[in-house]
Design a protein around this ligand. Structure first.
Ligand SMILES: CC(C)(COP(=O)(O)OP(=O)(O)OC[C@H]1O[C@@H](n2cnc3c(N)ncnc32)[C@H](O)[C@@H]1OP(=O)(O)O)[C@@H](O)C(=O)NCCC(=O)NCCS
Length: 159
């Protein structure tokens, strides 16, 4: 039904142009960053995480393509690294375009990412999900992901 197609330079440039303001907006909404600094902070973060852009070692960017129509329905970013003798396979980001949601594309993409993780010798895959995203959490739960760690914050509104 779908294929994962590595992004070319143009795809990656388009991806980044959306990812930077998207993260800035989400992090402001979540109270992580201040609005006036958010865009610059997001730019700096991506530059730090991806010093060589899409060619940064161990980082992979793919388009999720519906095979029958060759339509790009979403995108994903994952990275692999050997740490402590274990191959870590981490899904940094996955999105399906709004008009293509709830058709099973993310589930199918996660299946393919899992195959890729196995091919690379990983013994498990992982990802982070924010608590304000219950739909994504449900998707991952159905795919067999389980919570192994939780980040807790306490707003200090009185300070
Ligand atoms: C989360 C996201 C990737 C899901 O993509 P999708 O292709 O719609 O997911 P699927 O069709 O494979 O959904 C599989 C199941 O996950 C659950 N699910 C997915 N989206 C959901 C939502 N918005 N609300 C509740 N459950 C949801 C459902 O149980 C669904 O099965 P169902 O449609 O039979 O009820 C998509 O909504 C998205 O791109 N969101 C914005 C980006 C994002 O939040 N990415 C995740 C970052 S951690």
């Amino acid at each position: 039904m779908i294929r994962l197609v590595p992004m070319d330079e143009n795809d990656f440039a388009r991806y980044l142009a959306r990812a930077i303001p998207r993260r800035a907006e989400r992090y402001v909404a979540r109270g992580v960053w201040k609005e006036e600094r958010a865009l610059e902070t997001s730019r700096q973060l991506y530059a730090q995480l991806l010093p060589q852009g899409a060619s940064t070692p161990h980082q992979h960017f793919v388009r999720i393509v519906e095979s029958a129509t060759e339509t790009s329905v979403g995108e994903a970013w994952y990275h692999t690294e050997e740490v402590g003798g274990v191959v870590q396979f981490w899904i940094e980001w996955i999105t399906i375009e709004p008009e293509h949601r709830r058709k099973g594309y993310a589930s199918a993409a996660l299946d393919l990412l899992e195959q890729e993780a196995r091919r690379l010798g990983a013994t498990r895959t992982g990802l982070d999900v924010w608590s304000d995203n219950p739909g994504a959490f449900e998707l991952y739960r159905k795919q067999g992901y389980r919570t192994i760690r939780q980040s807790l914050v306490k707003p200090l509104d009185d300070k």
